[in-house]
Design a protein around this ligand. Structure first.
Ligand code: SAH
Ligand code: SF4
Ligand code: F3S
Length: 439
């Protein structure tokens, strides 16, 4: 091991929750005096995801390569795969320290301790008392990829136990953070120049149910009413808990993005039941109707899985039919990946990979056609946008996101980055809108 480890690098895989945890790790390491490095440093941390086998294989390839190349560095695996594989990462991959999600925000002192005294090398307990909070005032000074934006984790874990999903096992049970702490933190962020916030949780709609705190729609309303905010997003909703109170709050607060991510997973009631999703297609359709009734212009996006155990051609066609009926603006599509420890893992992985791939290809094709058509509907409409960066294609153009969270390009330069403008959409090229700034 390197004598006096000073520098660190964090490589992040997986969802926004992991990105947000990586920020906390950075704060923790900096507080302990370590210095961030853009190259692989003395301390190399992989913040990993277990949601699909592919995600784990990718991280493992990085870990093997790092262990072979940087023999003196301290190699640490954090995040969901750390929780899932624990000891195996140390014995089979030569990892020095394993730190699960309950402990990762305390990683600075864990590493200090490890350097001084190498007795404990695995932190994977999931006792509530070991849980390190995700809301930390010093995060205010830490800049996101978009310096005016912040992820704000409102709850951790999930106990819905969808049959395919590893998250409840690796992230533990639902823990909602106190609403007053969240609101105070958001206020502090806005006072420090933050104009866009994304509230995060595996199922934000269940916020407060574990702690008896205010329901999600109240929290959303309170954050939306903080003066100074340009845009408020939230991820992820669950169709079984999404309700009309949330919709009314969106309707009454223009600062909330007109973009609802509502994972459907499958269009077949048989498969939805086998997945333990706890809703039917009838319920999902009623939600879509309610959304359109209250929000005339809105973007609805989803997640879909093909090849869940027992999925027949007929079930898959039900998914295609649902996609065509609902007309999603975008869908993230996945091949089912068996995850050890989940309920579905005990079922035969009955759909051959070639069939999964065929279904996935057809689904992607169908989704893409619909997305393009849906984008065309924006032509001649007026919308707000926040400029994110100079366009990749031209120095005289800038790219940003509309209130529907769709990419839009307008004329502009460096000075426009982070600004909010009202634009009229004039054309669509590929999956990008082109707009003109209103006077
Ligand atoms: N909490 C969120 C996100 C869960 S993971 C939610 O409930 O929607 C993100 C997506 O990955 C899921 O919506 C699902 O579509 C997909 N996913 C989860 N487990 C999977 C698995 N074992 N195989 C394939 N896709 C999976
Ligand atoms: Fe996984 Fe379901 Fe929880 Fe989402 S709601 S994290 S899919 S168990
Ligand atoms: Fe992956 Fe863990 Fe997020 S499994 S999707 S990093 S909660």
């Amino acid at each position: 091991m390197i004598k006096n480890p000073e520098t660190f690098t964090i490589i992040t895989f997986g969802c926004q929750m992991n990105k947000s945890d990586s920020e906390l790790m950075e704060v923790s390491l900096t507080q302990e005096g370590f210095v961030k490095s853009n190259n692989y440093g003395d301390i190399i941390i992989f913040n990993t995801c277990s949601v699909r086998k592919h995600a784990e294989d990718r991280a493992l390839a990085y870990i093997i390569e790092a262990r072979n190349t940087y023999r003196q560095s301290i190699i640490i695996v954090a995040g969901c795969m750390a929780q899932r594989l624990g000891q195996e990462l140390r014995s089979n991959y030569g990892v020095d320290l394993v730190v699960g999600p309950y402990h990762s925000p305390a990683i600075g002192s864990i590493i200090k301790n490890y350097i001084q005294n190498q007795s404990i090398r695995q932190y994977t307990s999931q006792d509530a008392s070991d849980f390190v909070s995700r809301i930390h005032p010093s995060l205010v000074a830490h800049k996101d990829e978009l310096p005016w934006h912040k992820w704000v984790t409102i709850s951790h874990g999930c106990q819905n136990y969808c049959a395919y999903c590893i998250v409840p096992y690796v992230r533990g049970k639902l823990l909602s953070f106190p609403s007053q702490q969240i609101i105070d933190y958001c206020t502090l962020l806005i006072d420090n120049g933050i104009t866009e916030i994304t509230l995060l949780g595996q199922n934000v709609n269940q916020y407060g149910q574990d702690s008896g705190d205010i329901p999600f729609y109240s929290l959303l309303e309170k954050v939306a009413s903080l003066p100074g905010l340009y845009k408020l997003n939230f991820l992820t909703s669950h169709p079984k808990d999404f309700n009309s109170e949330i919709l009314h709050v969106i309707k009454d607060n223009p600062v909330i993005a007109r973009s609802i991510h509502l994972p459907l997973q499958s269009g077949s009631d048989t498969i939805l039941q086998a997945m333990n999703r706890q809703y039917t297609m009838k319920h999902y359709y009623s939600l879509i109707e309610a959304i359109h009734a209250l929000l005339p212009m809105v973007s609805i996006t989803t997640d879909l899985i093909v090849g869940f155990p027992g999925e027949t051609q007929r079930d898959f066609e039900d998914t295609l039919a649902a996609v065509r009926t609902i007309q999603f603006d975008e869908a993230f599509t996945y091949k089912y990946s068996p995850r050890e420890g989940t309920k579905a893992y005990t079922l035969p992985d009955s759909v051959p990979d070639t069939v999964k791939q065929e279904r996935l290809d057809l689904l992607i094709h169908t989704v893409r056609d619909i997305s393009r058509k849906r984008l065309m509907n924006h032509i001649h409409t007026t919308t707000d946008m926040i400029v994110e960066r100079i366009s990749k294609k031209s120095d005289n153009e800038v790219m940003g996101k509309t209130i529907y969270n769709q990419p839009v390009i307008i004329k502009g330069g460096k000075e426009d980055i982070g600004k909010k403008y009202t634009v009229t959409i004039v054309s669509v090229k590929g999956s990008t809108l082109y707009g003109e700034r209103s006077a």
